[in-house]
Design a binder for this molecule. Sequence first.
Ligand code: AQP
Length: 324
Amino acid sequence: MGKSLSFITPSGRVTLGNYIGALSQWTAEPGNVYAVADLHGITTPWNPETLRSYIIEIASVLLALGLDQQGSMVYVQSHVPAHAEMAWLLECIGHMGEFQRMTQFKSKGKDRGDVSVGLFTYPALMAGDILLHDVDSVPVGEDQKQHVELTRDLALRANHLFGPVFTVPQPRVPGIGARVRSLKNPAEKMSKSVIDDGTVLLLEDADAIRRKFMTAVTDSGREVTYDPEAKPGISNLLEIAAALSHQSIEQIAAQYQNAGYGAFKRAVAEIAVETTRRVRQEALTLQSDPAEIVRRLDTGRRMAEAVANPKLRQVKQAMGFLLP
Ligand code: AQP
């Protein structure tokens, strides 16, 4: 399958949705690349202290999951200046029209007068993230597929103009990706940037997690059955319980069918607390030793630079820069 590359943006505290849909599925294997995408975290207005705390939290979780072991790397994107430089090179071969077609820009930027230029150009940064590491395929959600298509177009254009400098990546959309929904509003995805009782945080204490599950919205009726249309709240809880306990939705539904909503919510809360206990404890322990986090991130930075810097140099050479 080749090496895998996944970045996570410090746009909020890590959610149970991030854990189920992404982090818990990432694996430490030789050459795999994991990074805190802090440069992506400033495309919308931010607070410096808060940004720093989000970066530390995400790094602590990636490291607690051991994603810097077995020859894979964990680093912070801005620690490797090649990312910002590659983004500029790609912006200069990108076309306004193709960036204007990006649906994320249209949805996040529409109706706002103060939209940053970075929100418009960030697909070039993302393309650079991928191309610097020469990955063959990138696992992405449906919503990010368009950005990988743009990355392919930019890579093909550069290869055409300057010779074969880039590996052209393929998007890889996982077959059935869990899409965890807000416990308060199951019509919406659970998101880092939405802070309310519908968003369960991976590192909040067990009692807070239990309380959020107990106040999750449920649906009419009494039976615990999987029906995303008629029972979106209960179905979301079933999906969460199934993903975390590695059982099928049918198995969980059969177990709690007649238990009543209250008992079912209590059970899902316990599953969430228990299956995330270890990563939570390890991440919090790491946070009490910031020097250790910095040390491990610096190892990741060196591993990333060993790949990214020669690639950037090769591209600049091909593009006609006078290299020192
Ligand atoms: N609710 C979710 N269910 C399943 N997977 C999810 N992911 C995010 N929310 C859910 C996955 O987590 C990874 C995080 O990458 P990201 O931070 O770069 O992307 P994101 O999708 O923008 O994450 P958020 O939490 O929704 O942040 P905001 O609120 O800032 O937009 C991705 O692999 C994503 O699929």
